[in-house]
Design a protein around this ligand. Structure first.
Ligand SMILES: Cc1cc2nc3c(=O)[nH]c(=O)nc-3n(C[C@H](O)[C@H](O)[C@H](O)COP(=O)(O)OP(=O)(O)OC[C@H]3O[C@@H](n4cnc5c(N)ncnc54)[C@H](O)[C@@H]3O)c2cc1C
Length: 404
């Protein structure tokens, strides 16, 4: 087993690190400030377009799209993408600079895999070019959506149209002014077998009957300018060809998108945790209490060592899951994907929490990115499936395997 990144990955990683150092870290606070103080908090600052163009020119674009989707993406494997995605995770908004941010990445994969030529032309191409943004609407306020078979939004065929009725929330991305398309999950047949009732359909945001009701907070953060929207669908009519693949295929498509989506979140969280540790190392060296730098306290050294061990364990598990996905496919790798989705958010929460502690009050302040990172890590214990659901499924599979 070789733990070194291959040459292609090393070269891209060096280029990405240089880009982050020269273009992203220096403007991190400026960008956050521009979002907070702009006239419209759901409008992405102009600065983002400039950075996107620079990233594209540097060949750091659409790195997430695997080989099978060439010519669209960079053709990297999941294992090759892992350290790059981790690097982007160090700055919360930076994935967008490289056109690698959720939920667009998952939506692009769905469109590339299941969209017809016209849909690809209309939605996938502008998404790949970073010209528009998108959202994925599955979760509903009225039902326990961790069990996706519960959802109640209806998608009803009427002639050559489908009519959509329902209410969604935490639809990430839908607050953004530039969000033009949503993939909506609903039911086309409430009487079909449990996993064949759901379908997914493309709904342009400006369709009559779509109302963006309000932004939802996540741990007090509104994640502007992207946001998480509550969305109402009232007699929304779209052409029948907007249905992806066919009636009853919604669950299958959802499972397909969530595998890579889940591991990408884990990769980003490892980046968040590593940055929190790097920041802690700097802080404890500079801060003097009780006559010596915090770095000289034994308990501080122990905490730093433990943070490193926890990150490294999660990183190795992520790489193992990514490698298995590359070699055997997402379905066969489901247990490892579940394992890392259980491990990474809690690891990141713990590491960031320790770093906040070492920073003192400053760690909770607007001058440091730690509290926003913590909120992100905490919400990933819920988003893309709560920990308990992954544990339930992983436990079930392990017991079944043992008794097979
Ligand atoms: C910041 C953020 C962004 C999100 N983005 C999106 C998005 O873009 N699109 C989208 O559709 N959704 C999104 N979500 C929603 C997310 O996917 C759901 O919150 C998640 O699937 C859980 O559904 P629920 O909130 O209805 O919780 P519920 O289904 O009500 O579950 C509540 C809790 O019950 C427990 N539980 C559930 N099942 C079991 C079990 N089998 N055993 C033990 N305990 C269990 C878990 O602790 C779970 O957290 C986002 C959420 C957040 C916080």
């Amino acid at each position: 087993m070789n733990f070194e990144y291959n040459e292609k990955t090393q070269a891209l990683l060096e280029k990405l690190r240089a880009f982050m150092k020269e273009e992203v870290y220096p403007i991190e606070q400026e960008y956050i400030h521009a979002v907070e103080n702009g006239e419209n908090r759901w409008k992405t600052p102009e600065l983002m377009q400039t950075l996107k163009q620079k990233a594209r020119d540097a060949g750091l674009w659409n790195l997430f799209l695997p080989e099978e989707y060439k010519p669209y993406g960079a053709g990297l494997t999941n294992a090759e993408y892992a350290p790059l995605c981790e690097e982007m995770g160090r700055v919360l908004f930076s994935s967008e600079i490289f056109n690698c941010s959720a939920p667009d990445t998952g939506n692009m994969e769905v469109l590339a895999k299941y969209g017809n030529e016209e849909q690809k032309e209309k939605w996938l191409v502008p998404l790949l070019n970073g010209e528009i943004r998108s959202a994925f609407a599955m979760t509903e306020p009225a039902v326990a959506s961790s069990d996706a078979t519960n959802i109640e939004t209806s998608i009803t065929r009427e002639g050559d149209e489908y009519v959509i009725n329902g209410k969604k929330w935490y639809t990430s991305g839908a607050m953004n002014e530039n969000c033009k398309i949503m993939i909506v999950m609903g039911k086309t047949d409430f009487d079909a077998p449990r996993h064949q009732q759901q379908s997914q359909i493309l709904v342009p945001v400006d369709t009559k009957g779509v109302t963006i009701v309000r932004p939802m907070a996540a741990m007090g953060f509104y994640d502007e300018p992207i946001g998480h929207a509550e969305v109402l669908f009232e007699n929304v009519r779209v052409p029948a060809e907007n249905l992806l693949v066919g009636e009853g295929k919604g669950f299958e498509i959802a499972q397909g998108r969530l595998g890579p989506g889940r591991i990408h979140h884990c990769m980003r969280l490892i980046g968040c945790a590593q940055r929190a540790l790097d920041m802690a190392c700097e802080r404890v060296e500079a801060r003097v209490a009780f006559g010596k730098p915090l770095a000289k306290q034994q308990s501080v050294r122990e905490s730093i060592a433990k943070m490193h061990c926890d990150i490294e364990q999660a990183r190795l598990l992520t790489l193992k899951a990514a490698d298995k996905m590359d070699r055997y496919g997402n379905k066969v790798s489901r247990d490892l994907i579940a394992a890392i989705k259980i491990v990474a958010p809690t690891m990141a929460c713990n590491v960031i929490d320790e770093s906040i502690q070492m920073h003192g009050a400053a760690g909770t302040s607007q001058d440091f990115v730690l509290s926003a990172m913590y909120a992100y890590a905490r919400t990933i214990k819920l988003a893309d499936g709560p920990d308990q659901v992954h544990m339930m499924q992983l436990g079930r599979n392990l017991i079944a395997d043992k008794n097979a």
